[in-house]
Design a protein around this ligand. Sequence first.
Ligand code: SAH
Length: 420
Amino acid sequence: MSESESVLNPPPAAVTVSSEASAIVPQVALKVRRALPFFARHPWVFEGAIHHIKGDPQPGDAVQLRSDRGEFIAWGLFNPDSNIVVRLYSWDEQIPLDETFWSARLDAALSLRRDILGLNDPDGAARLVYSESDGLSGLIVDRYRDWLLVQFTSRALASRQELLVRLLQEKLQPRGIWLRTEKGIREAEGLTLSDGTLTGNAPDRPLFIQEHDVRYGVDIVEGQKTGFFLDQRDNRLLASGVLRGPKVLDLFCYSGGFALNIAKAGHAKDILGVDISESALTMARANAELNGVGPHIRFEKADAFKYIEELVKQGERFNSIILDPPKMARHRKSVPEAIRGYERLNRLAMMLLEPNGLLLTCSCSGHVDQMMFEEMLAAAAAGAGRSVQILERRGPSADHPTAVSCLENHYLKCYLCRLI
Ligand code: SAH
C-alpha cells in the first residue's frame, strides 16, 4: 500500500448508485402512538410496535417505517427472526440505503477517529465503527495496527457483508479483515456466519500494538471481547498518571492493561494482577516481559470474588486498587443481584485500602446506571466503615461514543475514588 493510501489516509471512495430507492419498497406500519421514539431516531423497532407490514420483505431487505397515519419515518432493514424486526438507518426519504449511503456512514465514523480524535498511531488500535453510536446498528469494526476485525451483530448488516467489507478495504487498505461473531448473536439474529479471513492475510497471533507507553501482544482471533479492552484506553492512562504504590492490586487484570501502565510509569514496585483466565494471564506475563517490568508485577490465577476475601482475612493492605469485573447484569432483572455483587467487591476493596488509597472501580453492565453505581458505592463505603470521595466519573474512550438517540449503548462506568 502506498504512503498516501493507507489505513490512516484513505483514498476517496468509489461510489455507485443502486436501484434500491426506485424499487417498490415494503412498508412497516406502526401502531397508533408508537412512532415517537422513531421520529427521535431510536434505531430499534420491536415486534410489539408494529401494526402491519405492506409487501413481502425478506430478511435483510430495505423497508420504510411509517406511522399509523402513513407518514414516512425512516428507512430500515428487516429481520423477522430477531427481536429487533427493523433496524433504522436513514431518516430522510430521499436518502435510501444504497452504497452511497453506507459509504458516507462509514466515512463519518472513520473521520471521528482519524480527524477529531487523532487515533492515528499506525501501531495502535481503536474502535472505528461502534454500531448504533455511529448510525450503523449491528456493525462493529476495530483496527488493530493494520488489521481490521469486523463483527456483525445484526443479520441486516451481515446481509450487506460483501459491500461493507469492500468499502472498508477500499477506504482503509488493511493487510487483512478478520470476521468474528460474538456468542449468542447467531441465535438471536438467525445468522450463519463463521469466523475467519474476509480479505487479505489472517492476523498475526499475537499481533503487537502500542497504547500509551505500553506494548501489548493481542490475540484478536481468540482473545476476550475483540482481543483487547479498547474501551478502557483513557482510563488506563489515568491510572498510569495517578495510581500509586508501593502496593497495587489489579483485580480482573486480563492481559495486564492497568497493571502494566502503572508499572511502566514507575509508580509501584509491587503490583499484583489477578484473573481467572489462564490464557489472559499467559498474555499478561508475556506483556510484562515485553515492557521490561516483569520484576515488579506478579500475576495470579484465581477467582477474584473469593481471592479478595482471602486478602482481607490475611490483613493485606494496598495503596491503589483497580476493580474491572466482567459484565454482571446481562438483563434488567439481574440488576439487584449484580448490585449486590458490586457492593461486596467494592466493600472488600475499600477494606484493603490504606488511608489516602485510590480505588479505580468500573462496571460494564449497561443496565446498572450511574445513579445505581453511586448508591452502591455509598453502601459499600458504609459497610467498610470508610469515608470515600469520588474524584472522577468517567466512561469509555471517545472511540466508543454514545448516540443520544440510543443511550442503551453507554455501558462502561469508571470511577476514581479516594479513601480517607
Ligand atoms: N482490566 C482489563 C479488562 C478486564 S475484563 C484490561 O484493561 O484489559 C474482565 C476480566 O475478568 C477478564 O479478563 C476475565 O477473564 C476476568 N474474569 C471473569 N470472571 C472472573 C473471576 N471470577 N475471577 C477473576 N477474573 C475473572
